[in-house]
Design a protein around this ligand. Structure first.
Ligand SMILES: [Zn+2]
Length: 102
């Protein structure tokens, strides 16, 4: 059985990025604005059509994550400085996003 990678550490960098270290030794980084604009919750992505409603360009550049709460063993719930806290960022999704944020 192949296990999905899980985070072992994360921190906020001076470059306004979230940096995650994974148990397979990968290190991934996400700009706050990009990550907030990639939120997968029902307010940010239409449940009916799957269309994204909120994009990184819609997010203020001073956005910051306030808290990242582990949810089970598969996701972080990220609380943002704009009060948005409904996004569950699964570890799988975070690994996929790391490829897109370049
Ligand atoms: Zn959202």
């Amino acid at each position: 059985m192949i296990e999905e990678p899980i985070p072992v550490d994360f921190k906020l960098t001076p470059e306004n990025e979230l940096e995650i270290k994974w148990n397979d030794n990968e290190v991934t980084r996400y700009r706050f604005q990009f990550l907030r604009g990639s939120c997968p919750c029902a307010e940010c992505v239409s449940e009916d059509t799957g269309q994204r409603l909120v994009f990184p360009k819609d997010i203020p550049s001073n956005i910051r994550p306030v808290e990242a709460r582990p949810v089970g063993r598969y996701a972080y719930q990220i609380v943002w400085s704009d009060g948005h806290d409904t996004g569950l960022f699964s570890y799988k999704y975070l690994r996929e996003l790391a490829i897109g944020d370049s």
